[in-house]
Design a protein around this ligand. Structure first.
Ligand code: ACO
Length: 325
């Protein structure tokens, strides 16, 4: 029996041009390249230019994804943008992208699940495409975390970067077999008891300010590997695939030690892990589509490959998506 599935038909990335290395940070901050690389695996990150906003980054990535998919913007009837750093409190940054692309039909909205945002956005778009309500979506992760960092706090500001990644998700009838292309399952989780472990100390309804990112790094670290491995195992169980079937592991890029710890616990070999953290830092909701676009651009990922995407972040939120390219 055939099944309507959401198939990724193109992906794209955009990074601001300004590169900030660990050595650059160490000029004004009591930190070092050695400390940052050893604790996180990050060497450098990109920082958006003054006036360059989340929706601008997103629109660049969206155009690259449309070009890669060889489809016109007018064929898009749904835009789901994952971000925790929108241009404004409202409207959603997704509608700015919609206007930028000249689209006046369909729907566009933002999803906020911090670093898990892209997996949440993918799940949302997948559900809407499968329902038959929409036929082709842009799913975007775009962030300007540089705007919510306390640049005097060395324990957080060295970790993050700005960027955007996007995919075009197309509703297609698949044979309904093990070999189907597209999203095979998405598993989402959250636990609000941990909301104070990683948060922004401002907002329209609390302080009336934008605020700065605050984090208990060790607490995040302590939970990350367990939460990630649990939800990945859940996704495998739901599809009856095993870890050996995975061709590419595309984790949220928060910290090399979290990625390695999760992969080790799951039994995924290092050669199958896509890493962009060294060059991008943690770009929150943008990190997975940025890593995906990287491995597609250099032709590591090939048609038919099985991909496991996973993320964990503020909330805590976490999730995993299994898909065939
Ligand atoms: N440079 C130099 N020293 C630093 C820096 C820095 N940038 N930051 C902190 N230190 C110091 C601390 O002040 C502390 O000094 P002290 O011992 O004199 O008090 C020492 O380093 C150790 O600090 P810890 O916070 O205990 O360092 P830890 O080994 O836990 O590493 C880190 C910190 C990298 C944040 C780690 O906890 C971590 O990776 N946590 C996961 C959090 C994460 O990646 N969050 C990203 C967002 S969430 C997500 O995307 C999943």
């Amino acid at each position: 029996m055939s099944l309507r599935r959401s198939v990724i038909i193109g992906c794209g990335a955009y990074l601001p041009s300004k590169v900030v290395t660990n050595a650059d940070l160490a000029r004004d901050l009591d930190t070092s390249d050695e400390w940052i690389v050893q604790r996180t695996g990050i060497h450098e990150r990109r920082i958006a230019a003054p006036g360059e906003m989340t929706s601008h980054l997103a629109a660049h990535a969206a155009r690259a994804a449309l070009a890669h998919a060889h489809v016109d913007a007018q064929s898009i009837d749904l835009i789901v943008l994952a971000t925790s750093t929108p241009d404004n409190t409202f409207p959603a940054s997704a509608v700015s992208v919609q206007a930028d692309l000249g689209i006046t039909h369909g729907a566009a909205f933002d999803v906020q699940a911090v670093c898990s945002g892209f997996v949440y956005a993918l799940a949302t778009a997948d559900g809407l495409l499968k329902s038959g309500a929409f036929s082709r979506a842009l799913v975007i992760g775009s962030e300007t975390f540089s705007r919510i960092l306390d640049w005097t706090d060395r324990s957080t500001c060295v970790l993050f970067g700005d960027g955007a990644g996007a995919v075009v998700l197309d509703a297609q009838e698949q044979p309904g077999t093990r070999e189907d292309r597209g999203i095979l399952t998405v598993r989402l989780r959250s636990d609000g008891r941990y909301k104070s472990k990683l948060y922004v100390d401002g907002g329209p309804s609390s302080t009336g300010t934008v605020g700065h990112l605050r984090m208990e790094g060790r607490e995040v670290f302590r939970h990350a590997v367990t939460m990630i491995t649990d939800v990945v195992a859940d996704a495998l169980k739901a599809t009856a695939y095993t870890v050996d079937d995975i061709d590419w592991f595309i984790p949220h890029q928060a910290n090399k030690r979290i990625i390695d710890g999760s992969a080790h616990k799951l039994g995924i070999t290092p050669a199958k892990i896509v890493i962009t953290l060294d060059r991008h830092g943690n770009t929150s909701a943008a990190s997975i589509p940025l890593a995906l676009a990287d491995a597609v651009a250099d032709r590591r990922i090939k048609r038919g490959d099985l991909l496991m995407l996973e993320a964990m972040g503020g909330g805590f939120t976490w999730g995993a998506a299994l898909l065939r390219w």
